[in-house]
Design a protein around this ligand. Structure first.
Ligand SMILES: Cc1ncc(COP(=O)(O)O)c(C=O)c1O
Ligand SMILES: *[C@@H]1O[C@H](CO)[C@@H](O)[C@H](O)[C@H]1NC(C)=O
Ligand SMILES: *[C@@H]1O[C@H](CO)[C@@H](O)[C@H](O)[C@H]1NC(C)=O
Length: 462
């Protein structure tokens, strides 16, 4: 009897455990499938929005990662590796520690009053027209945000923007994500051997003309140009201006390198051509002007009605930029305006300082066997590396474009990093950038010398 009871109890307990186990299993698998459903629901609901798709790749993200891993001599990204002018950095320290507590608080959203006043003073003189500091200038988080606010604020779905290749790589994604359609035209070298300069790179005028139509909203130009270094001539700018007027379109002029132009070339602002101020938004950068790229402070200027759209975008995205940095940039401008036209004015001295670096780089790239395109402005140099093709094992790299393979192979095996220019072309034109590499020469002399030594030593061992 007792034994029966025990067996029964045991059986009963076991079955309960069994039921328990199978319920747990069931619950587990229910919750697992519920989890899978939840995860996939989260994944599909929170995917990257359609308008950003196709804009995910960034050469900067990839190449900064590469530099961190291989620690090459980095001639890739465009910034100085030496101290910024003392006056502006001191002005920043003074602003941050000022007796005026408000210099560390929010300032006027469309631009710190002292800075818009300084900018208006400078550009009124350069444009020979009175700019209204409160309505014709907008201060932004770098030239980048000025471009963003312009393209967001002036693009409706289907609007076409003409972009000249190679282009600063954010132009196309900014047009795409605003619902616009980029139409590309490439600068092409008219000469590829011997002494080549950026003046040899031109756009085809017939092709340019053919891109303008009823849907064109605007054209983006960049002078002095990154990466080629071209300084557009008055004749080229007038040709673009005439088409802009004929088709009633906007001109966005990215002039962040306006103060880096080498003799005898001159920077011409397209906004100064007859009838052009009315349809031009010009963009500048304190980072480039004062060699403080980490300050990420820029601006746009142009007629009040055109700037209005940018202000709406800015006010709903950034609202106001950093106060102490705007104060310091204003002080920098006030000092340079006083020295304007004198050799020690930073606007003139920077290009003079960079000229020997440009000459030095052009020479060592030639000595290595590349054909550099000597820039008329800016601090980048593109060089044709194809004569070295049999010395680099491009098959060891996997990228689709040869210049990506070349720059990666050189970074890993030789120790000098450049940027692949095909990043600055649309998909259908990437092949036009593949023969070149872009180097930056706003670097300490000793680092340029190191780069030269590394490359020449490598060459001699081949
Ligand atoms: C042509 C061009 N436009 C705009 C920018 C962005 O300037 P910022 O650093 O002021 O945003 C750069 C920076 O390299 C540039 O080369
Ligand atoms: C700094 O400012 C002073 C006074 O305005 C000027 O004399 C000097 O040239 C400036 N220095 C630099 C490096 O710009
Ligand atoms: C690069 O150099 C080669 C050889 O001279 C030439 O055939 C090619 O057109 C050049 N490419 C560019 C983009 O200049």
């Amino acid at each position: 009897m007792i034994r029966k009871k025990v067996i029964f109890t045991l059986f009963f307990m076991l079955s309960r455990i069994g039921i328990f186990i199978s319920t747990a299993k069931l619950q587990n698998s229910i919750s697992l499938s519920r989890n899978i459903r939840t995860v996939s629901a989260i994944m599909s609901k929170f995917e990257l929005p359609e308008r950003f798709k196709g804009n995910e790749k960034s050469v900067w993200v990839e190449y900064i990662q590469l530099a961190l891993k291989y620690k090459p001599l980095n001639l890739g990204q465009g910034f100085p590796d030496f101290y910024a002018p003392e006056n502006v950095t001191k002005a920043l320290a003074a602003a941050a520690t000022s007796e005026n507590p408000l210099l560390n608080q929010y300032t006027r959203g469309f631009g710190h009053p002292r800075l818009v006043n300084a900018l208006a003073k400078l550009y009124s003189k350069l444009l020979q027209r009175d700019l209204d500091p409160n309505n014709e200038i907008l201060v932004t988080a770098g030239a980048y945000e000025a471009l963003y606010a312009t393209l967001q604020g002036h693009t409706s779905p289907g609007d076409e923007w003409i972009i000249i290749e190679p282009f600063f790589d954010c132009y196309a994604p900014m047009v795409n994500t605003a619902g616009g359609i980029p139409r590309f035209i490439a600068l092409k070298p008219t000469k590829t051997t011997g002494k080549v300069t950026s003046a040899d790179w031109v756009f085809d005028r017939k092709e340019m003309e053919s891109l303008f139509n009823e849907k064109t909203k605007g054209i983006i130009i960049n002078t002095p140009h990154n990466p080629v270094g071209k300084v557009f001539t008055e004749d080229e700018l007038q040709f673009i201006a005439d088409l802009a007027k004929k088709w009633n379109v906007l001109v966005v002029s990215d002039e962040v390198y306006e103060w880096i132009v080498y003799e005898p070339y001159r920077h011409i602002r397209i906004a100064t051509l007859p009838g052009m101020y009315e349809r031009t938004i010009t963009i500048g950068s304190a980072g480039k002007t004062f060699s403080v790229t980490g300050w990420k402070t820029g601006w746009a200027y142009g007629p009040e009605n055109l700037l209005y759209n940018l202000k709406v975008v800015h006010q709903n995205a950034v609202y106001t930029c950093t106060t102490p940095i705007q104060e310091a940039v204003a002080v920098g401008f006030e000092e340079e305006i006083k020295k304007f036209g004198q050799p020690d004015c930073y606007f003139h001295s920077l290009a003079k300082e960079l000229l020997p670096k440009r000459e030095y780089m052009a020479k060592f790239l030639c000595d290595v066997g590349m054909t550099p395109v000597v820039p008329e402005g800016g601090y980048f140099m593109v060089a044709n590396w194809t004569a070295l093709a049999d010395k680099v094992r491009l098959q060891e790299e996997e990228d689709a474009n040869k210049d990506y393979r070349f720059t990666k192979w050189m970074t890993k095996n030789v120790g000098v990093q450049g940027i692949p220019p095909s990043a600055f072309y649309s998909d259908q034109h990437k092949h036009l950038g593949e023969d070149n590499v872009r180097y930056c020469f706003i670097k300490k002399d000793e680092n340029l010398k190191k780069a030269a030594d590394i490359l020449l030593k490598w060459k001699s061992q081949q």
